[in-house]
Design a binder for this molecule. Structure first.
Ligand code: 3PG
Length: 306
């Protein structure tokens, strides 16, 4: 059996070593494609592989069509909007993710960027502190829960909105459940986004919500650029010169936003949230174990394209 690790943005070397060990111990062969510059390179190597481990790499109809032996794709990470779920299902290819494995890394970056925002991008001027302020967590999944834990260390007030998570789960984490987006955005100076990019959520955060934010509001996006209505965000930021936007992913209109808002916006050049050795090891090795468990024993706990 051949297991391809296809990562345009490579894992830390130590994680690749761990993945190789798991794959080799199962008697399988590891094929490594890192930092590929165009899709054709991926199409060339998928032809005879049984499994693929990816990060934000795109697995669409074309990739699936080129992969004749493919049985499973594991997204080493949380969001799987980069896999064509319907096409993989139609082809009988299982798609899985590795929920929770990189969530601490993403949550730590939320605070890395938030502190940077309130310290005026470390430009030497006087900023503010997080202690005693409030943060609203937009979706209380694995990353949201880690954000809540860390926020408490900063002595922030924490609330969360998540229609898919029961109130008692949110309350048990010492977090106040809220039940509308309007309440979440109007009551919290800081709002941290953790919604997946779906048909329902794309462009769902824009003018109407951002303009509700209290004075000196900071919107933190470590989720997906697609959930933001960039025009609406820009309009709200024009009307509200106190608002800042920091994002772990370049918006489509990054240059325009940067030109208009300067230090009120910050974007990582590449998605950095899960880019730590620990997250790479956790997610990469979990993905390798999931591939082996599926190919060898038919275990399919984390399937996302049922
Ligand atoms: C995720 O969905 O797990 C994160 O966005 C991390 O993505 P990455 O593996 O491309 O860094």
């Amino acid at each position: 059996m051949k297991v391809l690790v296809a990562t345009e943005k490579p894992f830390a070397a130590v994680a690749v070593d761990g993945i190789r060990q798991v794959i080799n111990e199962a008697g399988y062969e590891l094929v490594l494609l890192e930092k590929y510059a165009d899709k054709q390179e991926l199409l060339n190597v998928v032809a005879d592989v049984d499994a693929i481990i990816i990060r934000s790499d795109i697995v669409d109809q074309e990739v699936l069509d080129a992969a004749n032996n493919l049985k499973i794709v594991v997204r080493a990470g949380a969001g799987y909007d980069n896999i064509d779920l319907a096409a993989s299902k139609a082809k009988g290819v299982v798609a899985q993710n590795t929920p929770g494995q990189n969530s601490n890394a993403v949550a730590e970056l939320v605070f890395g960027m938030t502190v940077m925002a309130v310290r005026n991008m470390y430009n030497g001027t006087s900023g503010t502190e997080l202690k005693g302020k409030t943060i609203g967590i937009h979706a209380f999944g694995q990353v949201g829960r880690n954000v809540a834990r860390i926020a408490k260390g900063f002595e922030m007030g924490v609330s969360a909105l998540d229609p898919y998570c029961p109130d008692d789960v949110i309350s048990a984490a010492g977090v106040t459940p809220v039940h509308s987006v309007e309440e979440l955005y109007s009551k919290n100076q800081f709002v941290s986004l953790h919604i997946p990019a779906t048909a329902e959520t794309k462009k769902s955060v824009g003018y109407d919500l951002v303009k509700l934010m209290p004075k000196n509001g900071v919107l933190i996006n470590t989720a997906r650029k697609e959930v933001i209505d960039e025009e609406g965000l820009a309009k709200a930021m024009e009307e509200r010169p106190d608002i800042k936007y920091v994002a772990d992913i370049k918006p489509d209109s990054a240059e325009e936003l940067k030109a208009k808002f300067g230090d009120r916006v910050f974007f990582t050049p590449k998605k950095m949230g899960a880019q730590t050795a620990e997250a790479n090891i956790n997610a990469g090795i979990a993905a390798a174990h999931q591939v082996v468990a599926f190919l060898r024993d038919g275990i399919n706990r984390f399937q996302v394209n049922k």
